[in-house]
Write a protein that binds this ligand. Structure first.
Ligand SMILES: [Zn+2]
Length: 109
C-alpha cells in the first residue's frame, strides 16, 4: 500500500503546508536539468516522499504550487515518490512538517 494516501492533519493548513502538483510539468518541455542536484543546493535531499503519510522512496522532484496562498502562487520543488509526482494528481497534498520546499525562482536564477 502506497502512493495516494492523502491524510488530513488535525491542524490542517495551520500545521502542514498544502500543495498541488503543477499540471503538465512531467512533460519534457518543462524539465529543468539536474533538478535533484539543484534542489540539493538549497536543502538536503530526503530519502522518502515528503507527502504526509507516505513512506515511499523519493524518486522524483515535483513541481508544486501552494494551495493555501501563503507563497503567493509561486512554484516550488519538493521530493516525492513516483505516484505523488503523477501530473494527473490534482488533489491537494499535505506535506510533512519537516518537508523543505525550494522555490523554482531560486533554481532558475
Ligand atoms: Zn508519496
Amino acid at each position: 500500500m502506497s502512493g495516494y494516501a492523502s491524510w488530513r492533519p488535525a491542524g490542517g493548513m495551520n500545521t502542514h503546508r498544502c500543495v498541488k502538483n503543477v499540471n503538465g510539468t512531467s512533460a519534457d518541455r518543462y524539465a529543468v536539468p539536474h533538478l535533484k542536484q539543484k534542489y540539493s543546493e538549497f536543502a538536503s535531499y530526503p530519502s522518502t516522499c515528503q507527502v504526509l503519510g507516505c513512506s515511499d522512496h523519493a524518486t522524483a522532484t515535483a513541481h508544486v504550487i501552494s494551495c493555501d496562498g501563503r507563497s503567493g502562487g509561486s512554484w516550488s520543488l519538493v521530493p516525492v515518490c513516483a505516484a505523488h509526482n503523477n501530473h494527473y494528481q490534482t488533489e491537494p497534498m499535505y506535506l510533512k512538517t519537516s518537508a523543505q520546499t525550494v522555490r523554482l525562482s531560486k533554481v532558475r536564477r
